[in-house]
Design a protein around this ligand. Structure first.
Ligand code: ZN
Length: 178
């Protein structure tokens, strides 16, 4: 296993449309190694989600792992480590909500983005089996943020205003609840 370099905004891979993985690739040793390395990278960087394009591998694969409780974002339910391959998002009707999102590819900053809060996600798991899950609330935001990376989209593209972008220190000083 190895900690991979997370590429940052400005790297062209972050703006590519990632390609789907084939069943043969999903079953391959190299994909298994990529997933292990991405998980180690996620832990090393202290993130809650990572998409393969962020480690300069432009394929449609993302991982999410989130501890429950009060993290730096908000009170959240935990989400066990999951691998999502070739995902398709279906936003459901209902109110949206906004969060101050961060991104390992845009270190030191955060931005407020409103997104749908109820999703159905179709994806393929590590065994190559089609799966469906439902995500609500902050978890729905995390899924959308990670899967946006597969289409070359960053959260800053979804800011309603550039005034909703801040450095971490200023966010903590002026915006976060004391
Ligand atoms: Zn991100």
């Amino acid at each position: 296993m190895a900690v991979l370099e997370v590429i940052r905004m400005g790297h062209p891979t972050l703006r590519e449309i990632a390609r789907e993985l084939t069943p043969e690739e999903i079953a391959s040793e190299s994909t298994a190694r990529l997933i292990e390395d991405m998980r180690e990278t996620l832990h090393a960087y202290g993130g809650i989600g990572l998409a393969a394009p962020q480690v300069n591998v432009p394929v449609r694969l993302a991982i999410i792992e989130m501890e429950g409780g009060t993290n730096r974002y908000v009170d959240v339910e935990g989400h066990d480590f999951g691998v999502y391959i070739n995902p398709v998002l279906k936003p459901q009707a209902g109110p949206g909500a906004g969060y101050w999102e961060g991104c390992l590819s845009i270190p030191g900053m955060r931005g407020y983005v409103e997104r749908p809060q109820h999703l159905i996600v179709d994806y393929v798991d590590v065994a190559g089996v089609p799966q469906t899950l439902e995500a609500r609330g902050f978890l729905a935001t995390v899924f959308q943020h990670e899967f946006d990376h597969l289409d070359g989209t960053l959260y800053i593209d979804r800011l309603a205003s550039t005034e909703l972008l801040a450095f971490d220190e200023e966010y903590n000083q002026f915006i976060a609840e004391p």
